[in-house]
Write a protein that binds this ligand. Sequence first.
Ligand SMILES: [Zn+2]
Length: 305
Amino acid sequence: MDSISWKFTSSGEFSLKTAYALACSSIDPILNETNNVHALDLRWIWKLQCYPKMKMFIWQCIRKALPLKTSICARGVVINIVCPLCASGVESFVHLFVECLAVKEVWTALNIHPLSWSRDQCVSKWIKDHASRKDIISMDISYGATFIFGLWEIWLGRNALVFENKAFNPILIRKKTVCKAAEFVYLNCNPSTPNASSVFSIGWEAPPVGWWKLNTDGSCQGNQNLIGGGGLIRDSNGNWIHGFIKFLGEGNSLLAELWAICEGLNLAKHLGCIRIIVETDSSAAVNLINSKDCELPFWISLRQK
Ligand SMILES: [Zn+2]
């Protein structure tokens, strides 16, 4: 009697350990049996500076496992294969991520251009060449990180259009890419914000006479990326002067912290609190604001006031 077995263990039983070793090896489990020439070394994917879900996404792109319309059609499902973004091409990997006019707008806005595709190009090499570039584009974010987060956001934007009928907006995609890449880089890759946590006790201290203190905090609701922020201003005697709380829309935790600071500073300005000390629990926000090339629009406008 025939039975299904896993050929990478002696018992034939599936094990996660062997599956992981296989994923990290240069062996192509599907193609190596008939044609070794196609064996791919994809270990570089797992070393990329991005979230695990993005590494899985890139692996899917390379293994032709992404449910693009042409891929679904090739598996025998009868569907319309026209690109949902521009309605003038066929939705293949090359079209959706390189050639589509709507997507070209995203790459141009991100300073990732021109992205070319030659006939003998393979997806793996194309992604690897761009994703491994270390040159900085802006705000300490590398070309490679911007490229990876850009690919991911284009895919999310495409899915929002296909499944939720939300318009594909290149400017919004660009904004989300930069925000998420900045958050990742500042929270995960910045040596000044090490991952190792340390616990220490702090207490609130009143500002000097003639000064005010603004304390802010921002928060992000995980699944829906809804953000809000709040804060309060106190004088040198610790008296409460004013407070605020605000729903800020969609974003991420770093954006919530930054907007809370921005709202607090605007409120302080409105109240005439000229000499103000700002306290936040986000070292990433502080590092970002203090960085020489901080290009946050609200910070630039605040500095000019
Ligand atoms: Zn298109």
